[in-house]
Design a protein around this ligand. Structure first.
Ligand SMILES: O=C(O)Cc1cc(O)ccc1O
Ligand SMILES: [Fe+2]
Length: 489
């Protein structure tokens, strides 16, 4: 954002309020919030009162989401909206032209343009399902940006946005205040909230999950108990911040995937005070407290759910945001990488930093993979071969910088022609599994039942990780001989 004007405070360092879904109250000027009512005949400081409703008026109280904004001029003060055609092929909410494929898809890192492109113009829709009009389904986008948004903002009428920066910090100007997010942090912008994105340290790239229905919430913890995974207090919402600035400002409005633009003579970041529970928030993924197997076997990745968008069917999400964070991996007599898998749900994955435990190469930071409903996938050949080696029995750390994530969705997305035709699509992805050879041994017998001549060979196989509880022999950890090792990633 550019320009000078009356600003509510020095912008460094930013201040936040902690808590998930709280009823917040925040004032950039003292007593700017009306006392005891939402709609005084005249508001403090001569502000306009405006409600932003994120849920229907009559939903149960626990689902109510709305905020009251007290602003210098109301959002309605603008010239008419006109369609903006520029991103028609790259940004869309229309998936009727999209493609379904049972093939595994993977993209090498999306390249960052050399010319000036801002966050909105740098969005590329990868896939999606359902319809923004009927408020069902979702879209997945990549963004690549080289320029800050200049006197322009976006309001997304289609749904809530989860932004996952992979490269470059972002400063978000929003109606509720300012947020800064770096890679390894995420930010959620609710439907309709106007925001602008400044680049903090050069070119930026990242991933966006947009949900046309529902909103992101914390998953239930079930038997895990009251703590673990993402903690509510680690979610941060900005304090009120405003600028009173005369300018030629363009408000972009995304509606069923189309962009519209209207001009107005002032900055929309003119909210002096607000209260409510409908506001953007950010979260540092390093705060996530993983809970995982400490004995044997590989739990399903739902144990790593940071945020979920529930559907009307209990336990089935519209979309889950799942991360694969740095952690110890200790399960005994266990094939520790992700298991080979066919899933009724759909899995879009990205890599923020480091290396992902199921792929030795080809899945790179800033790239992506997509495995649609029932598409087989799993560790590549090199990962499999090293995971069955005897030394893979040692406790290991996956590496401090490993950070992959998954957008897991119930509705099957279609892939946009732009994403399928992207020059960085990896046409050789399937080859990472072609080398998986047969290890089948028809003469294999459980330990102790093999002919004497073969006992030695069988013991060797057992040492190589082929038995454990499955053949009734509980192997102790290798006596801590070498201590924990760190898997070089
Ligand atoms: O890599 C994947 O496909 C995601 C994934 C991770 C995991 O730990 C278990 C199952 C799964 O699908
Ligand atoms: Fe999977």
């Amino acid at each position: 954002m550019k320009g000078e004007g009356m600003k509510s405070e020095d912008t460094e360092p930013l201040r936040y309020m902690s808590g998930f879904g709280n009823e917040f109250s925040t004032e950039a000027l003292p007593d700017a919030l009306p006392k005891g009512q939402n709609n005084p005949r005249v508001c403090p400081y001569g502000l306009y009162a405006e409600q932003l409703s994120g849920s229907a008026f009559t939903v149960p109280r626990r689902s109510q989401r709305r905020s009251w904004l007290y602003r210098i001029r109301p959002s309605v003060t603008h010239e008419p909206f006109h369609p903006l055609n520029f991103p028609a092929e790259t940004l869309t909410a229309d998936f009727t032209q999209g493609v379904v494929t049972p093939n595994q898809l993977r993209w090498r890192p999306f390249s960052i343009p050399s010319e000036p492109v801002d966050f909105v113009r740098g969005m590329l829709t990868i896939c999606g399902a359902g319809s923004a009009a009927s408020k069902s389904g979702f879209a997945v986008h990549m963004y690549t940006a080289t320029a800050s948004m200049e006197d322009t903002c976006l309001a997304n009428a289609d749904g809530e946005l989860l932004i996952v920066p992979q490269q470059g910090g972002l400063r978000l100007f929003t109606e509720m205040g300012l947020l800064e997010v770096a890679p390894r942090e995420v930010v959620v912008v609710p439907r309709g909230v106007r925001f602008a994105v400044d680049l903090m340290d050069g070119p930026a790239r990242g991933y966006i999950l947009e949900v046309f229905q529902g909103s992101f919430t914390l998953p239930d913890l079930g038997p895990i108990g009251a703590n673990g995974l993402a903690s509510p207090r680690d979610f941060l919402t900005p304090v009120a911040w405003f600028e009173e600035r005369a300018c030629n400002f363009t408000v972009m409005h995304k509606f069923e995937g189309q962009l519209f633009a209207a001009t107005q003579a002032f900055s929309p970041f003119n909210v002096v005070a607000w209260h409510g529970n409908y506001a953007p928030y950010k979260y540092d993924l390093a705060r996530f407290c993983p809970v995982n197997a400490v004995s044997f076997d590989h739990p399903d990745p739902s144990i790593f759910t940071v945020l979920t968008v529930p559907s009307d069917t209990p336990g089935v999400s519209v979309a889950d945001f799942v991360i694969f964070p740095p952690r110890w991996t200790v399960a005994q007599h266990t094939f520790r990488p992700p298991y080979y898998h066919r899933n009724v749900m759909n899995e879009f994955m990205g890599l923020i930093t480091g290396m992902y435990e199921a792929k030795r190469d080809g899945f790179l930071p800033g790239g992506a993979s997509l495995h649609l409903c029932m598409t087989p996938h799993g560790p590549d050949t090199a990962t499999f071969e090293s995971a069955i080696r005897p030394d893979a029995e040692q406790p290991a750390h996956l590496g401090r910088d490993t950070l992959a994530f998954m957008f897991e969705t119930s509705q099957t997305p279609r892939v946009t022609p732009a994403a399928l035709g992207a020059t960085n699509i990896d046409r050789d992805y399937y080859k990472c599994w072609v080398g998986l050879k047969s290890h089948f041994d028809r003469d294999w017998r459980p330990a102790g039942q093999q002919p004497a001549a073969e006992a030695g060979a069988d013991a060797e196989r057992e040492r190589q990780g082929g038995g454990g509880a499955a053949n009734g022999v509980e192997r102790a950890a290798p006596a801590g001989a070498n201590g924990p090792v760190t898997v070089a990633r």
